[in-house]
Write a protein that binds this ligand. Sequence first.
Ligand code: ADP
Ligand code: ASP
Ligand code: MG
Length: 402
Amino acid sequence: MLIVHKYGGTSVGNLERIENVASRVAKAKREGNDLVVVVSAMSGETNKLISYAEHFSAIPSKREMDMLLSSGERVTASLLAIALQSMGIDAIAMSGRQAGIKTNDNHTYARIESIDPTAMQNEIAKGKVVVVAGFQGITEEGNATTLGRGGSDLSAVAIAGALNADACEIYSDVDGIYTTDPRIEPKAKKMDFISYDEMLELASLGAKVLQNRSVELAKKLNVKIIAKSSFSDAEGTVIGEESKDMEAVLVSGIALDRNQARVTIRDVVDRPGVAAEIFTKLADEHINVDMIIQNASVDHGTTNLGFTLAQSDINRAKAVIEGFDHDIGSMDFDDSVCKVSVVGVGMKSHAGVAATAFKAMAKENINIEMISTSEIKVSMIIAEKYAELAVRTLHSTYGLDK
Ligand code: ADP
Ligand code: ASP
Ligand code: MG
């Protein structure tokens, strides 16, 4: 079997843990498998590098950020290969470039355009374990890129797809996908299986156990993901295609996204095209805007415009809006909000899921500031201080702890 393993930041967080990973990889190799191992930077390392850059600039240049951030994964890939060699396992470390991962030039959030697997295949054919630095690739012009936070998951899935691997095992500090973050709700239940669509929704709404783009790509390439723990031998959760005879559960999980901020722009001149102009400028900077609320125009022909975005985009959003010197009054940014979401494919055919969520929030006196719904989710923006209470309340309201 050809298997891709991916070990996240906590799993390679110190030298002892890298040794633990090396032992696990060595065992899988000795059992006769061909292996490609994708690694993240040591936990905390990427954040540390970002804070170093922000010491010098609130909006550091993205090309240089990629040079900087891609270094973290090279450290762990090299150390893991050395650890494996010391155990008598033939291993070779590769950067994203050496592994043939080509991306576009959207720095810090680059998209993988193609993978040339030849170099990896040649090393596998020599019997080596190939250790690849996750989260990174290279542009046509030869610049280093990174794939967005949590992007090593995407590297692993893309490599599994390119090599036509039998499975892509993603190892972290939890032994699978739970009905909600088990750190917030200890009563959360581990699932044996979750469909790509439900996992994609959970991941997009903040369940960082898998990066959302990696799930999207796994679905597209039909790569089977198994989420497992690097600290135990528990079974894990399979993420795959939903089979026809499976009964769709009403609600499969609750997600929390703390990386949220709300922007309010007051006294926006109420004429066609102003909102379009603001959102186009944000989009040009690759800033994703999520929920939008525009108040009805009251008097003197102005309205208020509210929207949410990722907290990590706030400095760049400020720069864009400050550069917008006509047709708007004041603006303010509130980063003390979070988003809680209820996810389930069964909602498609059931009414009342949203009403139940709103009632549960009301009972706990939690004010809902914004709402958005789709066929398979209900999301609410609330004050961040209620984040954990809201998650636990929703989790029990839908009977997920049973
Ligand atoms: P890694 O650093 O290995 O990539 P992450 O920290 O990105 O790992 O993801 C693992 C974490 O995801 C867990 O520690 C857990 O707190 C969190 N998490 C959030 N939602 C869920 C969920 N539904 N099931 C399991 N873990 C979850
Ligand atoms: N090190 C990167 C991050 O912290 C990528 C990853 O861990 O997947 O986002
Ligand atoms: Mg992760």
